[in-house]
Design a protein around this ligand. Structure first.
Ligand code: UDX
Length: 446
């Protein structure tokens, strides 16, 4: 026996599997429960159903300490600390859908010993209170409740778990707080102990603040474009101020992913439901939506009407090193281009090709995507795209225009290689030839 508490994890999704594998690696026995039998069977066979760098290795290395089940009673019987890592996707109203959380609470059988339910999933402020009441109403008073939000970013999740900036532990009872803090003993990070509602708010406010920084720098970028400043230099100059810091000041064509869009909207909605209009977050969302569409203006500036033009979209996932397409900028941008009548040729090294961008042609290589293209748009900053401005690409394109939505390339090098180059937050290039259509606005959008 390890002498360590047994950890139960509800939800074998991205957060659940990273949490489970990392605790197992710290020496804890871990039992993971998911309602999808197929997923559990895969995990039992040693297959990893999601992509996260290092996760497969971690699961493999800790196989003897981990078990997988569909049966909630297995977890209830064996585990002392029960992590809730189920999805809380947005509903049509922008509120978080907590049905998977309630399902876990409803299914919990009575326990003979004191166990703790630990909320990792992102939930609205006030959820902990509701869970507490629900547990009490079911007579499960011996189950403690702690809020311990995750701050994992895709692509670096394992490192984020092992080397966090902080661990947030919000509790109703001191003894539960101590037990959860003890799980993180081997992690070298400050532990922030606070009440449950504040812990819930730390998570939402942190993501909303980071999203605000991105929308802020994107607006600065837009102003730079019309005033002659360079946002890259501006961000560097701002970031050296210790009160500001350098992070999340990369201008681009908007944020996506499973967290920022959802959490910003959930916080706005939470405030609204409580009678407060969170004006700033409305602007953060609006700016982000407009930012995704600004590329269209950069394209029409050089190409005139986009009808029948061929546009290569390079990168589809919401950021590199993931296969995650949730809220990816490429979906909005690609759909806009298709609506303008453009032929879209898309490339991405990891994205699955189903269920989005109907009408686009998916290509196996960058070279195939730029073949005959009137413009190539960098949407996701994949490493493979650093070498985009090369001869064979220029020759393959019908028109050598690169729109760099992530400021990935070196402007001077790209221009020296014979491309017309547009990026974000730096004055654009003068138009060498007038667009074919004199007034692009007169083209009806389809
Ligand atoms: C984020 C948070 O970082 C993490 O703490 C939280 O738990 C979940 O949400 P993630 O969504 O994986 O993680 O990605 P992140 O690397 O934070 O990027 C989010 C989006 O913002 C991406 O679309 C990225 O391209 C964009 N971004 C990020 C910018 O446009 N500019 C920046 O400076 C940083």
């Amino acid at each position: 026996m390890s002498g360590k508490e047994t950890i139960g994890v509800f939800g074998a999704g991205w957060v659940g599997l990273v949490t489970a594998a990392c605790f197992a690696d710290l020496g804890f026995p871990v039992i993971v429960r998911d309602i999808v039998a197929e997923r559990i069977a895969e995990l039992e066979r040693g297959e990893v159903p999601i992509y996260e760098p290092g996760l497969a290795e971690l699961l493999e290395r800790n196989r003897e300490r981990m078990s997988f089940t569909v049966d909630v009673t297995d977890v209830a019987n064996e585990a002392d600390v029960l992590f809730v890592c189920v999805g809380t996707p947005p509903t049509y109203s922008g509120d978080a859908d907590l049905s998977a959380v309630w399902a876990v609470i409803d299914e919990l059988p009575p326990l003979k010993r004191r166990a703790i339910l630990v909320m990792k999933s992102t939930v609205p402020v006030g959820t902990g209170e509701k869970v507490r009441s629900l547990l009490n109403a079911r007579g499960l008073t011996q189950i403690g409740y702690v809020s311990n939000p995750e701050f994992l970013a895709e692509g670096t999740a394992i490192d984020d778990f092992v080397n966090p900036d902080r661990v947030v532990v919000g509790s109703f009872a001191k003894e539960d707080e101590e037990r959860v803090c003890a799980l993180y003993e081997q992690i070298d990070a400050p532990i922030v102990r606070l009440d449950v509602a504040s812990a819930e708010m730390v998570k939402l406010a942190s993501n909303a603040f980071l999203a605000t920084r991105i929308s802020f720098i994107n607006e600065i970028a837009n102003v730079c474009e019309v005033t002659g400043a360079d946002v890259e230099q501006v961000a560097k100059g701002m970031g050296l101020d210790r009160r500001i810091g350098p992070h999340f000041l990369r201008a681009g064509i908007g944020f996506g992913g499973s967290c920022f869009p959802k959490d910003v909207s959930a916080l706005k909605q939470l405030a609204g439901n409580s009678g407060y209009h969170f004006q700033l977050l409305s602007a953060v969302i609006d700016v982000n939506e407009l930012q995704k569409r600004r590329v269209v203006g950069k394209l029409t500036k050089h190409l005139g009407s986009l009808a029948e033009k061929t546009i290569a979209i390079l990168g589809l996932t919401f950021k590199p090193n993931t296969d995650d397409m949730r809220e990816a900028t490429s979906i909005v941008l690609g759909s806009r281009l298709l609506a303008e009548g453009a032929n879209v040729q898309a490339w991405d090294p990891m994205a699955h090709r189903d269920s989005y961008l109907h009408g686009a042609r998916f290509c196996d290589s960058v070279l195939e995507a730029v073949q005959g293209a009137d413009a190539a748009v960098i949407v996701t900053e994949w490493e493979e795209l650093r070498g985009l401005a090369r001869d064979e690409v220029r020759k393959a394109m019908r028109n050598p225009l690169i729109v760099d939505g992530r400021n990935l390339l070196d402007r001077e090098q790209v221009r020296a290689a014979g491309f017309v180059y547009e990026c974000i937050g730096r004055p654009g290039e003068a138009i060498s030839e007038p667009p074919e259509v004199e007034n692009p606005d007169s083209e009806p959008a389809r």
